[in-house]
Ligand binder design. Sequence first.
Ligand code: NAP
Length: 257
Amino acid sequence: MTYSLITGASKGIGKAIAYELAAQGRNLILVARSEDLLEKLAKELSGRKINVKYLATDLLDEDAAKLLFDWMEIQNLNVDTLINNAGFGQYGKFMDNPIEKHMQVMHLNMDAMVTMAYEFLKRTDGNQRRYILNTVSTAAFQPVPYMAIYSATKSFMLSFSRALRYEVRPQNVYVTALCPGATESEFSSSAGIYKLAEKNARFYMTSESVAKAGVNGLWKNKSVVIPGLMNKLSTIAVNLTPQDLATAMSANIFKNN
Ligand SMILES: NC(=O)c1ccc[n+]([C@@H]2O[C@H](COP(=O)([O-])OP(=O)(O)OC[C@H]3O[C@@H](n4cnc5c(N)ncnc54)[C@H](OP(=O)(O)O)[C@@H]3O)[C@@H](O)[C@H]2O)c1
């Protein structure tokens, strides 16, 4: 029996990916910090004739990824799909936020994601096809002033995903980077993006449509998935714009929050 492991499964895009994979009959392992939310979701999804396990863990803890994979090994859970989705950001000028907050964003979005991929691939022998879906962001495509650390971590994730995809393909592993734009979830409120989120709410995609695009792209072996026409067009525009100008344009969007 094989499982898909989803980090950040308690809310937003990760929860929507759980529903999407459950609808496809896949067994799930749900990971996040909120045990109550995971338990509730596991109960809901178990009604769909799939096996659902969950583990409440803080991926900011050192050794969290290793302990998680050890926990799965003890129970003989064979994971063929890793969804690296847990992540967060912090709005504000670089010097207006405490360094500890910046470190947490970097640790969760980069270190924890890399460690999860490492522990997953360590247990991969090439005989079974395996998949990694990393939830990145359109913030990966240009620097974003007032979200400088967040956008830099997402650029890291995108570059890492693309390079890893190339390296692990001979081992029968497929890697996809999911790059959503603004999406309805708890992301904006946890990042402290309030006015901007309210003003642009009509442009936000739902977590469900982002999840569907990501999962479809994963099975179709896409390198990068950008859900939604607006996001695709704005990414093309950014790629055609000189970087300093693209940075100034994103600063203009983010400065009035
Ligand atoms: N929403 C957007 O506009 C948007 C756009 C582009 C990319 N993204 C990316 O999409 C991913 C999912 O975000 P979302 O929009 O769904 O936001 P969300 O609703 O805030 O969900 C974030 C998820 O990550 C989990 N998480 C946060 N810190 C964690 C930690 N230390 N250890 C374990 N789990 C942790 C949260 O669960 P607990 O709180 O229960 O731990 C939650 O399940 C993130 O990587 C984000 O960067 C979001």
